[in-house]
Design a protein around this ligand. Structure first.
Ligand code: NAD
Ligand code: MG
Length: 394
């Protein structure tokens, strides 16, 4: 029986994780669940899974939640408030596995704390890895933590790696990674119309049902850019050895090309419960609740090269990883600000890449040597991004 902490339990990945847990209560016991503000959803999850701890980051919401729990049949659950509580629950002695499913930079500290504490880290929160890079990978190496990718592409690549492969190692006989992408909702939209796309259009992904931030990232293809950087770190490969492939059916979730010419692919229905169940059962396998793939329904699979003019965010991600140092931190911070501004309808869709590019131009690719340095750069890049937005609005 393994103890599980889910950071970001109320989000899309958190909900899918709990769906998998429900099928395997003999293997997993939920120890802690966390949410930012959605206390109604968290309450329902607490009733269903009865964790020892429930964390609400937002302090006012946490007070309301405490009252609700106190007057309920689950009053023995410990309710905690604030960001520090995230690190507390992700490092508890009886927690073996931590699902890192907070969106954005907010997930870095608790995910890193879990890695430092030697937990099995099920990593969905790609922004945490992109912004901290080698610091995160170093923490995993030093503590002996197990790092299992949840992002469907990285989980697919991990599954295609040789037996005994450990994230962070380079698989010597693997010469190339083919990182697949659906191409998002605007794969074929005339470029001149991208300026006017609405939030509603941008968050309506054709293949995957996800949180709002990652849905916008998929529409700009920054999601693939972040995933490119994520893949460089997880599989110890250079960006030149990773080819992004647009595969609109989203059946192949990525491939590994070996020196003998064998190309291994992992396939399945596009449902995040597949990689979640894979990582939770690893090195074993168990049922995810996902329907078997009907290969006859698939019929055809297409593969195209991405158009970097249509998707400048992907080009910027290549620039950031090639420049190295703090550049991925800057890219990630500027993107988080720009996507948030877009979701709040303060900027246009096409402004997202402009803000990121301008922000990146204000930094040099210095070494990212300490966590404090990373956090400082993250803050500075956010300030610069807001300044760029303000200037444009004037
Ligand atoms: P979501 O928006 O649906 O959920 C985010 C979760 O994080 C919620 O539980 C929310 O309460 C919590 N959260 C948000 N801001 C927070 C803050 N400031 N402090 C603490 N908690 C906070 O997002 P999602 O789609 O589940 O994605 C989560 C992560 O997984 C992202 O990094 C995303 O890139 C990655 N991911 C998601 C998918 C997917 O299919 N949804 C696929 C691959 C990777
Ligand atoms: Mg992905």
């Amino acid at each position: 029986m393994k103890g599980l902490c889910i950071l970001g339990a109320t989000g899309s990945i958190g909900v899918s994780t709990l769906d998998v847990v429900t099928r395997h209560t003999d293997r997993y016991k939920v120890i802690a669940l966390t949410a930012n503000t959605n206390i109604d959803a968290l309450y329902e999850q607490c009733v269903a899974h009865h964790p020892e701890f429930a964390v609400v980051v937002n302090v006012e919401k946490a007070a309301l939640f405490k009252d609700k729990i106190k007057n309920s049949s689950i009053s023995d659950i410990n309710v905690m408030a604030g960001v520090e509580a995230l690190e507390f629950v992700s490092t508890l002695d009886n927690v073996d596995s931590v699902m890192a499913a907070i969106v954005g930079a907010a997930g870095l500290l608790p995910s890193l704390a879990a890695a430092k504490a030697g937990k099995t880290v099920l990593l969905a929160n790609k922004e945490a890895l992109v912004m901290s890079g080698d610091i995160f990978m170093q923490a995993v190496r030093e503590s002996g933590a197990k790092l299992l990718p949840i992002d469907s592409e990285h989980n697919a690549i991990f599954q295609c790696m040789p037996a005994g492969y450990v994230a962070g190692d380079s698989a010597k006989q693997a010469r190339r990674i083919l990182l697949t992408a659906s191409g998002g909702p605007f794969r074929e939209t005339p470029v001149e119309q991208l300026h006017d796309v609405t939030v509603e259009q941008a968050v309506a992904h054709p293949k995957w049902d996800m949180g709002r931030k990652i849905s916008v990232d998929s529409a700009t293809m920054m999601n693939k850019g972040l995933e490119l950087i994520e893949a460089c770190l997880l599989f110890n490969m250079s960006a030149d050895d990773i080819q992004v492939v647009i595969h609109k059916q989203s059946i192949i979730h990525s491939m590994v090309d070996y020196v003998d010419g064998s190309v291994l692919a992992q396939m399945g229905n596009p449902d995040m419960r597949v990689p979640i169940a894979h990582a939770m059962a690893w090195p074993d396998r168990f049922d995810s609740g996902v329907e078997p793939l009907n290969i006859f329904d698939v019929r055809q699979m297409d593969f195209e090269e991405p158009d970097l003019e249509r998707f400048p965010c992907l080009r910027l991600a290549y620039d950031a990883i090639k420049a190295g140092g703090i550049m991925p931190t800057v890219l990630n911070a500027a993107n988080e600000v720009a996507v948030d501004e877009f979701l709040n309808e303060r900027i246009k869709f096409t402004d997202i890449s402009v803000i990121i590019e301008k922000c990146m131009s204000k930094f040099t690719a210095d070494e990212a040597d300490t966590l404090e340095h990373i956090l400082k750069i993250d803050k500075l890049a956010r300030q610069k991004s807001y300044e760029i937005v303000e200037e444009r609005l004037l």
